[in-house]
Design a protein around this ligand. Structure first.
Ligand code: ADP
Length: 334
């Protein structure tokens, strides 16, 4: 997988565990979400009841899975982890739900991808802590009502708009995670380096932070690659020089753009004179699904001020032309 993709492989999950914050006060930045979650959890603990169901939305790699685990840790409960695509039949979900212990957290990643029958089963579990399991087929089929222990669902999705209305309505608490500011990623990198036992200068942390696309997962990954370089080709200290040299080797550009980001911008500028161009046309030009372009690339490109979404289509900004080393056409901007 690409070095600056926010998506995670199973192997990388293991590498991530050592630096993953375990408690709310170790979670860097996102102060508003942290504060709101703190109140929600403390309130629930005072009443001795599970908190409302929690929906976390935001691009991959910003800390949704981490927060779900933190919720369970703060509540002192168990956690079951699954994902929308993993729940193929409603029976799979019923089995999970009926095996929960009282107060457990059920984390469903990519909850917007859950199959419709399972989604309907989830509604009644969320609302009434019971599910109807249908046994048999045809006229002889019977619905057996089963109790579910009171639990807290933590759902994660890239955008809350991807959920059906009835699903969204069943979450009492909805939080949106936003990309991290460079200074926040610097703090995160210093924390990770401390845990990994890697000496790092403030300037070294800043250099990595600037290329991390506002994403903790990418910051931690680049830190691991820069550490390799610092240990193999330098004295082991992560400085601005080792960071720059390492990230040049790994072909991560100054803004942290990856192949697909650059392909999208290059297509916009070279094939469509900067746009506007429709999402599906743009997606075809880079050989990707429109969803991938929209969900994976665009959030960061928009945030970085390189791409604009207009009613007439996608447009490359002046900064995008400059970043690609092209001269923007006269009169288009300003
Ligand atoms: P998501 O579920 O949104 O894809 P994760 O929770 O798996 O993201 O986070 C990716 C990695 O980034 C985690 O392993 C964690 O170590 C780190 N991380 C994310 N957010 C924070 C944060 N606020 N503070 C410290 N580390 C973080």
């Amino acid at each position: 997988s690409n070095l600056v993709s926010a998506y995670v492989s199973e192997a990388e999950r293991d590498a991530e565990v050592s630096v993953r914050p375990k408690r709310l006060d170790e979670f860097i930045a996102q102060h508003r979400v942290r504060d709101q979650l703190d109140l929600l959890l403390q309130g629930a603990m005072r009443r001795g009841a599970p908190p409302d169901h929690i929906l976390l939305s935001g691009p991959p790699g910003l800390g949704k899975t981490t927060l779900a685990n933190i919720v369970a840790a703060e509540l002192g409960t168990g956690i079951r982890v699954t994902s929308g695509p993993a729940i193929e039949r409603s029976g799979d979900l019923a089995a999970i739900l009926t095996s929960l212990a009282e107060g457990d957290v059920l984390f469903i990643d990519e909850i917007h991808r859950i199959a419709r029958p399972a989604e309907e089963l989830l509604y009644s579990a969320m609302e009434d802590f019971r599910v109807d399991v249908v046994v048999g087929k045809g006229p002889g089929a019977t619905a057996i009502p089963l109790d579910v222990e009171p639990f807290t669902l933590v759902g994660a999705t890239t955008r809350s708009g991807l959920l059906t209305g009835p699903m969204r309505d069943r979450f009492g608490f909805v939080a949106h995670l936003d990309f991290y500011a460079p200074a926040e990623l610097e703090a995160l990198l210093r924390r990770s380096a401390r845990i990994l036992g890697v000496p790092i200068t403030d300037e070294g942390a800043a250099e990595i932070a600037g290329r991390s696309r506002g994403t903790p997962r990418i910051a931690n990954r680049l830190l691991r690659r820069v550490r390799d370089f610092a240990e193999v080709r330098a004295d082991g200290v992560v400085t601005v020089e080792t960071a720059r040299a390492a990230l040049t080797v790994y072909d991560v550009d100054a803004l942290g753009l990856d192949r697909l980001d650059r392909a999208v911008l290059t297509a916009l500028v070279d094939s469509f004179r900067g746009g506007p161009v429709g999402l599906s046309t743009l997606a075809v030009a880079v050989g990707e699904q429109p969803d991938t372009v929209e969900e994976v690339c665009e959030p960061f490109l928009v945030r970085a001020g390189l791409l604009a979404r207009t009613p007439r289509g996608r447009v490359a900004t002046e900064a995008a032309w400059h970043h690609l080393g092209r001269t923007p056409p006269n009169g288009t901007f300003g």
